[in-house]
Design a protein around this ligand. Structure first.
Ligand code: FAD
Length: 359
């Protein structure tokens, strides 16, 4: 007799489901919130069965990774899903490039270091970004002149609209500056794995935000990809507050994209304002950090909600600030930038329990 394997959902270890689950340890701001239901999925094959559970079915669903790009201004209204599978493998390798597949629950930084240990380049500038692989395509994470979308070959996801798994090639992911099709349709996609195409021979990008100087300080004249990652790690450790020490979500505001004419007019008035090209002649990117610092917010503190003294873009939780208090501070900052420069700045993290436009 042929034995039929039990469906994954029937296995006791496929998931854990908890009611009224605290989320404080699951968001890098360290604010209090409670999930009515929290499902931790250990076996990705059981996703369809997990989504059919009465606690998840027909309810709003928040997929949570490391919680490093979230502001919980209130409790999530429905269930919270955390994907725990962390597998990683080389799918193919032609000697010039390898295709690497990593599951959504893997730590992003662990993936970067894993690829470097396989002598694969391409992700070195993105070392030490907190969070998971599954979240990387959502806002197309970027740092030090690189974006994850440049290295992504395909994204594997569950399409909640179709009720089926799918695989989107990079061209279908709509990657832009801190943007993607997954971010634009947040209730549709659950990213289950990401495939990367990575070169064996590194084409290093060293000309961004002090990488060259850091390598020189490290005494490295002919760097490889691992050296670049090490330089990026050192710079980031110096510049960005560690969420384990003080709650934060990295850069809280996106750099605003504005018409080129408006950028040039502002720069004529404020010659120190940093203005960056965007690849689109009609648009320029302004430094949100500069605009916020010019309005006097750097180091500001409202109780336990504050702005980092080291980096004007980073909102910090000095202790017991609530998500609502951090949001109120963010709104005051944005209003002052709007009033002084006529520029709308918007948050980068996903807001839960509030709508930015309602402020
Ligand atoms: C100190 C610090 C530094 C940072 N530096 C950078 C930086 O340099 N560049 C940068 O781009 N970002 C940076 N960030 C932001 C953050 O690290 C990234 O956005 C990261 O990708 C978030 O990953 P996460 O797993 O924590 O996602 P979460 O915060 O858990 O979720 C973020 C969003 O993605 C969605 N999501 C998460 N996983 C999935 C999934 N599997 N399927 C579908 N949706 C999903 C969530 O619903 C939510 O909308 C920084 C944050 C911190 C705290």
């Amino acid at each position: 007799m042929i034995e039929t394997p039990a469906p994954a959902a029937a296995r006791a270890d496929a998931w854990t489901l908890a009611a009224d689950a605290p989320l404080r340890a699951r968001n890098s701001f360290g604010v209090d919130a409670t999930a009515p239901w929290l499902l931790e999925l250990h076996d990705g094959r059981a996703l369809p069965q997990a989504l059919a559970l009465p606690q998840l079915r027909d309810r709003p669903l928040l997929v949570i990774g490391g919680g490093s790009n979230l502001l919980l201004a209130g409790d999530p209204p429905g269930a919270v899903l955390s994907l725990a599978a962390r597998g990683v493998a080389v799918l193919s390798d032609d000697g010039d490039h390898a295709v690497v597949r990593a599951e959504a629950g893997m730590s992003w930084h662990d993936l970067v270091m894993w690829t470097l240990r396989q002598d694969l380049a391409g992700l070195e500038n993105l070392a030490l970004i907190p969070g998971t692989v599954g979240a990387a395509p959502i806002q197309n994470i970027g740092a030090y002149g690189c974006e994850a979308g440049e290295r992504i070959a395909a994204v594997e996801a569950w399409d909640r609209q179709a009720g089926a798994p799918c695989r989107l090639a990079a061209a279908g992911c709509g990657f832009g500056y801190r943007d993607s099709v997954f971010k634009r349709q947040p209730d549709r996609w659950i990213v289950t794995a990401v495939e990367f195409v990575l070169p064996r021979r590194a084409q290093l990008r060293l000309d961004y935000a002090g990488i060259g100087e850091e390598l020189a300080a490290m005494g490295i004249a002919a760097p490889g990809a691992r050296d670049v990652a090490e330089a990026v790690i050192r710079i980031r450790r110096r510049k960005l507050p560690d969420p384990a020490a003080v709650g934060n979500a990295g850069s809280f505001f996106k750099n605003p994209l504005v018409p080129a004419a408006q950028a040039l007019a502002l720069q004529a008035e404020h010659p120190r304002l940093p203005v960056f090209p965007t690849g689109d002649e009609a648009l320029r990117k302004l430094s949100a950090a500069w605009l916020i610092e010019a309005c006097g917010w750097k180091g500001h503190r409202d109780g336990d909600a504050g702005v980092s003294a080291a980096h004007a873009l980073v909102l910090v939780n000095h202790g017991r600030a609530s998500g609502a208090q951090l949001l109120a501070l963010a709104r005051r900052i944005a209003a002052s930038v709007q009033a002084r420069f006529g520029i709308a700045i918007e948050p980068e993290p996903k807001l839960i329990g509030a709508d930015w436009q309602d402020g």
